[in-house]
Design a binder for this molecule. Structure first.
Ligand SMILES: [Zn+2]
Ligand SMILES: [Zn+2]
Length: 268
């Protein structure tokens, strides 16, 4: 288990600008390690605890193709919907810092691992909140579609990994600091660093829940229909190769009924 927080650089933004440290939010680094997680465990890219009475999600974007119904080596390749792949599963007991909706204690994330050009993005995620007890009581889907070799962009497939969540304190990327604050801090920073070296920010890079998005590009927060800016729910980055993309970021609004959520990605 690695899971040690990055060492604070000598000239960290938090030591130079105390107001920056005040923007820290609680986060949980998920610290995936390749392994063989069971459906009843929190995982990245592992099997999901899926209700038997709920069809597995498929992506039907135009241009997708799939194997026919016959044996692989005799099957034609047909256009059609493809099964989405498990990305993340989190049980509330493993991420005590995550506020689950009432009655829910299981979060699941899947996405389509085929290449989607620009629209709507490199991956198309779906998010589910469930009650573990309800899923178990109703019975589990035992034949979730497997991953067909060659059918997916391997870059978009996480290696099955167990998680070792660690509580951490997370600060925004420099560009996520409100512009007015940045403007007021800049002269102090330049004075403190002789203008030669720009201090690194203290945003945690890695797959994480809560905290601030680990944007690799300028921030692009979604707004909820209620007009509020959504909250950062989780970042997936680093542990899953996303081609030339830096990360996938999920957001939610806790003020609205219906558990609205949205997502963003950024590319280099
Ligand atoms: Zn797709
Ligand atoms: Zn809302």
């Amino acid at each position: 288990m690695s899971g040690v927080l990055p060492e604070l650089p000598a000239k960290d933004l938090r030591t130079l600008i105390p107001e920056y440290a005040a923007l820290a939010r609680d986060a949980v680094l998920l610290d995936p390690e390749p392994g063989d997680p069971g459906a009843g465990e929190s995982s990245l890219g592992g099997r999901l605890l899926w209700p038997v009475d709920e069809p597995w999600p498929y992506c039907a974007q135009e241009g997708h193709w799939t194997y026919g119904a016959g044996p692989r080596n005799t099957s034609e390749i047909d256009p059609g919907a493809v099964p989405m792949v498990p990305i993340l599963q989190l049980f509330a007991r493993d991420v005590p810092g995550l506020d689950f909706p009432e009655g829910k204690d299981l979060l699941q994330l899947v996405w389509c691992a085929l290449i989607h050009e620009q629209d709507p993005g490199p991956v198309v995620p779906r998010l589910y909140w469930r009650s573990e007890a309800d899923v178990v009581a109703g019975g589990l889907l035992s034949d979730a579609p497997g991953v067909n070799e060659g059918e997916y962009d391997e870059d978009h497939m996480p290696e099955p990994s167990t998680l070792s969540p660690i509580a951490a304190s997370d600060c925004p990327t420099w560009l996520d600091v409100p512009e007015g604050l940045r403007d007021s801090w800049e002269p102090r920073l330049r004075a403190a660093t002789d203008g030669s070296t720009w201090p690194p920010d203290s945003n945690l890079i890695g797959t994480k829940v809560g905290g601030w998005p680990a944007w690799t590009q300028p921030p692009h927060w979604p707004d909820c229909e209620c007009g509020r800016r959504m909250e950062h729910l989780l970042t997936i980055t680093g542990d899953v190769q996303l081609g030339d993309c830096g990360g996938v970021y999920l957001f939610r609004c806790r003020q609205c009924p219906g558990l609205p959520w949205d997502w963003r990605f950024d590319c280099h």
